[in-house]
Design a protein around this ligand. Structure first.
Ligand SMILES: [Zn+2]
Length: 233
């Protein structure tokens, strides 16, 4: 799963991911893309380093007595280079079995799928397995059989589609493995897949940025999230 992505999360989404201010569904789909995309690993690590610095500065300026210990912990975390490295591909990584081959999932999606997926057949050769990650997003694995077509549709929120295997195209372009495709409510589109395609799709409400103290804590939460998901052991 090392094909280079052409489409990536924009600055705002990646920033939200690093700050830990997105819904769980959005975090998962971005985390899965970041695992597949070296460019976005680099970008998010740089943002994370900046966010941690700001966090430490803010803490030191506001409450030096309390912050000393916490800042030391953060420093020890951020000074350990192994925290930032992707884990070796573990043999435990789960796969989704398609008609004629299997697709290895990014680790965060392997976790998401670990409770078991229930596939439903929709019209036009589309199969869907829904997972519930939070109450703000609708998350689905979608399998498009070769030659299948999604009916023309529009949506209320943003639709993110991460291509895990195969490819699909719509009016705006062609999307292949690792691509992170964003469709906003003003798009009307009709995805088709000639060769077949496995995707993870998230329908999201607008970004929710937290503020104040909770936001200052986000780099830590983010670190924990990554430990628990894509970086987790
Ligand atoms: Zn990327």
């Amino acid at each position: 799963m090392n094909s280079e992505a052409t489409f990536h999360p924009n600055e705002e989404l990646l920033e939200g991911y690093v700050q830990g201010s997105l819904s769980a569904g959005m975090n998962v789909v971005i985390s899965a893309h970041v695992e597949l995309c070296e460019d976005c690993q680099q970008r998010s690590q740089e943002m994370e380093a900046t966010a941690s610095q700001h966090w430490m500065q803010a803490e030191e300026e506001q409450e030096p007595a309390i912050s000393a210990d916490v800042a030391a912990i953060i420093r020890s975390i951020t000074s350990q280079p192994q925290v930032r490295e992707l884990p070796e591909r573990a043999s435990a990584v789960e796969e989704i079995h398609m008609l004629d081959h299997s697709v290895r999932l990014p680790r965060v999606l392997a976790k998401v799928a670990s409770d078991g997926l229930v596939w439903k057949k929709l019209a036009n050769g589309i199969n869907q397995a829904s997972v519930t990650l939070d109450d703000k997003t609708q998350c689905d694995f979608l399998y498009m059989k070769p030659g299948s077509q999604v009916p023309v549709h529009k949506h209320q929120g943003n639709e993110i589609t991460l291509v895990l295997d195969g490819s699909f195209s719509d009016e705006s372009g062609m999307y292949r493995q690792s691509d992170f495709v964003v469709r906003t409510p003003d798009h009307t589109h009709q995805p088709v897949s000639e060769e077949g395609c496995l995707c993870f799709a998230v329908l999201d409400s607008p970004l929710t940025f937290t503020s104040g103290l909770a936001r200052l804590l986000n780099p830590l939460l983010r670190y924990r999230f990554r430990r628990a998901t894509s970086i987790g052991v």
